[in-house]
Design a binder for this molecule. Structure first.
Ligand code: UDX
Length: 478
């Protein structure tokens, strides 16, 4: 059955939903307050670098199943209206529902009786029950349909969801059945719940991902102390279906537009309810510590000491986006690390395949080889696969000290070692040019052994261990 669908908010969630529903054959009207964005969409330009999205928008516009507008009036007469507005954190960490509430007040004046209001925005638990108050009327059925798509995979995740959640009170209300029916073409399991369960499930999922990633970072730190390798440990853990292989990769910390915002909202909700959610609180604290740990590792690589002065020290950064496959810099741990290095006096030059804009405190260049020029250290902060394929000999020749801190473990250790680089990973042994295979060296051994370039006779001079046996923990390999 063809539905007349309205979508309020044309961001990642709204635009993807609008384009995908239109591709399923529904009549979709998407509205956004940002007139410039709507003008670009009308002209066929999609700002978001989401694979497949621009094609679907073009297809829908051409077929007449997808239209854009700036006025809420375009949503009048729609049978289902999806709320896809942002809910950014307010000062206390709880989502700021101001813009959401304002839009609903205006929407309440124009929607036809019987219109089903569907919340896709991530909203505090209990919001569904407050919608009639926001709307100023109680005759519209409300349904919670949280969205779980990932940036960079938005269209794929919408079309092939792991699960679709449809929450309503009661869960089998006619409005909920109608929304569930929309997802039949995806073949996904539709989980029917109460509104509160649907709202909480979204936060609980993102909170769990944050805990899992922080756990992986903590295990990575242990690996460094006990000469284990997080890549091997994660592979073993991930084979257990109760654990699963995803979200076990260490890095400079987790970020993006959702995990930080949703963990702080969940903590705020726990506080408000008098529930001590120390597990999640510790995961958030551990995330801040992880960023600081990466800054120390880079500082150590560049100066020979975790406390060395960064004043005027050149550091090359590869990757700024919060993860590969997106240009999004929101809450990016890479940006936080680069900015902190710059704040401490380092001259930071950064390259990211998807980012061109300059940033506060550091320079963004459009050529990855420029970041290595006279650098005391390089740092890979986003896991773009193309960083593996860079000409690491060329980078070594340009650098002052050929050392790279690979915070995402994305590089080929052998290739960079062969090129003359010492590589420091997270939770992995350090690889040095004259020791591509075991025995391997602990990352902490980095402080000291590297000579300034002026002391090195040749770029490919092997980096050697300093201080003999640095055994500091049980199980340390020689
Ligand atoms: C997340 C959720 O995955 C998605 O379901 C929800 O709808 C929105 O929030 P997204 O923000 O696109 O999606 O990013 P995601 O791919 O989940 O990554 C979040 C952060 O965790 C990134 O900074 C990423 O680099 C980091 N991460 C991810 C790790 O540090 N280690 C991992 O193993 C996986």
């Amino acid at each position: 059955m063809v539905e007349r669908i309205g979508v309020l908010g044309a961001g990642y969630v709204g635009l993807t939903s609008a384009a995908c529903f239109a591709a399923m054959g529904h009549q979709v009207s998407a509205v956004d307050i940002d007139a410039a964005k709507i003008a670009r969409l009308d002209a066929g330009e999609v700002d978001l670098a989401e694979p497949g999205l621009a094609g679907l928008v073009a297809e829908g516009t051409r077929a007449g199943t997808l239209a854009f507008g700036t006025g809420l009036d375009a949503l009048a007469g729609r049978e289902l209206v999806f709320l896809c507005l942002p809910t950014p954190p307010g000062e206390d960490g709880a989502p700021d529902l101001g813009p959401f509430r304002d839009a609903l007040r205006r929407l309440g004046r124009i929607l036809s009786p019987g219109t089903v209001l569907v919340t896709k925005s991530t909203v505090p638990v209990g919001t569904a029950g407050r919608l009639p108050g926001f709307l100023g009327r109680a005759d519209l059925p409300v349904v919670s349909n949280p969205e779980f798509l990932r940036e960079g995979h938005a269209v794929h995740d919408f079309r092939h969801p792991d699960r679709v959640v449809v929450g309503a009170d009661p869960p089998d209300s006619p409005a909920a059945c109608r929304v569930a029916q929309l997802y039949a073409p995806t073949g996904a399991d539709v989980v029917r719940t109460s509104s509160a369960s649907a709202e909480l499930a979204k936060y609980a999922s993102n909170g769990f991902l944050a805990v899992k990633a922080s756990y992986a970072n903590a295990v990575a730190e242990l690996c460094e102390q006990y000469a284990a390798d997080i890549r091997e440990v994660s592979a073993v853990m991930g084979l257990d279906p109760r654990i699963g292989p995803h979200f076990l990769a260490p890095g400079p910390g987790w970020g993006g537009s959702c995990l930080p915002k949703d963990t702080s909202a969940l903590l705020q909700a726990a506080d408000a309810a008098g529930v001590e959610f120390s597990l999640l609180r510790d995961a958030v604290r551990a995330n801040a510590r992880q960023r600081a740990r990466m800054v120390r590792a880079i500082r150590s690589a560049a100066t020979g000491s975790p406390d060395g002065s960064l004043d005027g020290v050149r550091i090359g950064v590869l990757g700024l986006a919060f993860k590969a496959g997106t240009a999004d810099l929101r809450e990016s741990p890479a940006v936080a690390v680069a900015a902190e290095l710059a704040r401490r006096g380092a001259e930071v030059t950064a390259y990211d395949p998807a980012v061109r804009s300059d940033a506060d405190g550091y320079l963004v260049v459009d050529d990855p080889y420029l970041v290595a020029k006279d650098a005391a250290a390089l740092a890979v902060l986003t896991e773009w696969p193309e960083f593996r394929d860079l000409d690491w000999r060329r980078l070594a020749a340009a650098a002052d000290r050929p050392v790279v801190v690979d915070t995402r473990n994305v590089l080929d250790p052998f290739a960079v070692a062969e090129a003359g680089f010492a590589r420091v990973g997270v939770g992995t042994p350090m690889e040095v040019p004259d020791a591509c295979s075991r025995p391997r060296l602990h990352p902490q051994a980095l402080a000291g052994p590297l000579q300034q370039r002026s002391d090195r006779p040749a770029a490919a001079r092997p980096v050697r261990r300093a201080g003999g046996d640095r055994r500091t923990g049980p199980g340390r390999r020689p």
